[in-house]
Design a protein around this ligand. Structure first.
Ligand SMILES: CC(C)(COP(=O)(O)OP(=O)(O)OC[C@H]1O[C@@H](n2cnc3c(N)ncnc32)[C@H](O)[C@@H]1OP(=O)(O)O)[C@@H](O)C(=O)NCCC(=O)NCCS
Length: 429
């Protein structure tokens, strides 16, 4: 990444983040802050974020830095600090004084074991926003458990409601436990910064737990849980029978929303040749007519009948869609105002003209191993986002720059700290 100018006119310009996060949940959060203009200092153990090595990309037999790391750590600077050395702690403490936010997603108790419980951090900098992701938060029966994405999906309700009712619970391809929690944390950080600005510069502790975040993202499934009324009511819009159930079942591709919906196959019947469509009540007569039925067909026109006969309804729709490609059906249905979209493979998404127009598949230039693509910034602010995305930093690339420019240490101090092992692991005995 080299030295790039920090933006001075973006939403979070002037906010400095000490980013101790690793793997996915934390880095995805701090990258959002970086893209909103914050100065994000990726603070790594001398061994580096484990994702630098994981799922490594091999080109012509040469191992490159992983896309896992590159796609989650753009627009950050990197400093390596050995927190288990006295000199490393000197650098860390100075950074704490100079930063507005510290972020981590370590396992339970790691910062305390390193000698830095929240109280100590607050003592060093009372204005500090102390933000962390934990699997289950800092208190409660599971607070000592580590967590990874699928564990959070399992324990937040998501797995039990995803997949085939006759098959096993299924994880979602959307990483709602990791990246989803990162988004929640970013909201908490921004709120804490706002609060600090209006409350005499007082920092606070912000925590996002993965189980909590998954629950939040499954909110409407818990709505359905309540609607089951302990087994005495049913979810009329679900395909599988639900009367008598005391929990929300898996329902494959049923929309489970206010209008029934489903994934319908199209020609030429490849793995992703489907549309997803929603039978939105006001357009049902138009839809029925389009697929060759009477607009007031009593089996499908009234919502209650449509819910009850949905398997037959989808068969009729499939009879129609089998004659067209997913793009053709999408174009025609949208013409008729019927909510519908093609199921796009990753290959199709990254080539999609609308995705490209929105810069959601965006090129990052200037990485020593070559330019690469990443998923863009999903929140668009007219005055907020950085103008350019810079590549992820090399490990410890900014040790000297950050020590001098951010910490305010002199050249002599930097050399002393380096000599004393602040940035490296001690040699193996
Ligand atoms: C993801 C997770 C399971 C990984 O577990 P892990 O690899 O054992 O890593 P931990 O975070 O528990 O521990 C990090 C270790 O590195 C050490 N470390 C971290 N930064 C360091 C530094 N700069 N210098 C020296 N040591 C450092 C810590 O002291 C700790 O060592 P310890 O266990 O001896 O105290 C765990 O971090 C976790 O549960 N995080 C919270 C939930 C989460 O974010 N999960 C999703 C990840 S995408």
């Amino acid at each position: 990444m080299g030295n790039y100018p920090l933006p001075t006119d973006k939403a979070l310009s002037g906010v400095r983040v000490l980013d101790m996060t690793h793997v996915q949940a934390g880095p995805t959060s701090s990258q959002l802050l970086a893209w909103l203009g914050a100065d994000v200092i990726k603070f790594e153990a001398p061994t580096g974020d484990i994702t630098r090595q994981q799922l490594a990309h091999v080109v012509d037999g040469k191992r490159q830095e992983s896309f896992y790391f590159k796609m989650l750590n753009a627009n950050k600077r990197s400093i390596t600090v050995n927190m288990k050395s006295k000199a490393g702690q000197e650098v860390f403490e100075q950074l704490i004084r100079k930063c507005d936010v510290i972020m981590d997603n370590f396992g339970p108790g790691v910062l305390t074991r390193l000698g830095y419980p929240d109280e100590k951090l607050q003592e060093l900098n009372p204005g500090l926003v102390i933000a962390s992701i934990k699997g289950f938060g800092s208190s409660g029966p599971y607070s000592d458990y580590k967590a990874y994405e699928p564990i959070a999906q399992a324990m937040g309700g998501s797995m039990s409601v995803t997949g085939d009712p006759n098959g096993p619970p299924t994880i979602s391809g959307a990483f709602i436990g990791d990246s989803g929690t990162g988004v929640h944390l970013a909201l908490g950080i921004v709120a804490a910064i706002y609060h600090r600005t209006h409350n005499g510069g007082k920092g606070q502790i912000v925590e996002a737990a993965m189980q909590d975040s998954v629950m939040n993202l499954c909110r409407v499934k818990f709505r359905d849980h309540l609607r089951l009324l302990g087994g005495t009511a049913e979810l009329a819009e679900y395909g599988p029978p639900t009367l008598g159930l005391t929990y929300v079942p898996r329902a494959l591709n049923d929309s489970g929303g206010g209008h029934i919906g489903n994934a319908i196959p199209c020609k030429p019947f490849g793995p992703n040749d489907y549309i997803y469509m929603v039978a939105q009540a006001p357009v049902v007569p138009v839809l029925l007519k389009e697929i060759g039925l009477e607009p007031d067909d009593e089996r499908f026109a009234p919502a209650a009948a449509r819910n009850k006969n949905q398997h037959e309804f989808w068969k009729y729709v499939s009879e129609y869609t089998k004659n067209y490609t997913k793009q053709e059906v999408t174009a025609r249905f949208n013409e008729l105002d019927i909510p519908c979209g093609p199921v796009l493979s990753t290959e199709e998404v990254v080539a999609d003209p609308h995705v490209l127009h929105r810069e959601m598949w965006t090129k990052i230039e200037g990485h020593p191993e070559g330019d690469y693509y990443t998923v863009g910034m999903p929140v668009k602010l007219s005055l907020g986002e950085v103008d350019k995305k810079y590549p992820s930093p090399g490990l410890g690339e900014h040790n000297e720059q950050i020590t001098k420019d951010v910490c305010g240490f002199s050249e002599a101090d930097f050399n002393r700290l380096k000599e004393a092992g602040a940035y490296t692991l001690p040699p193996k005995k």
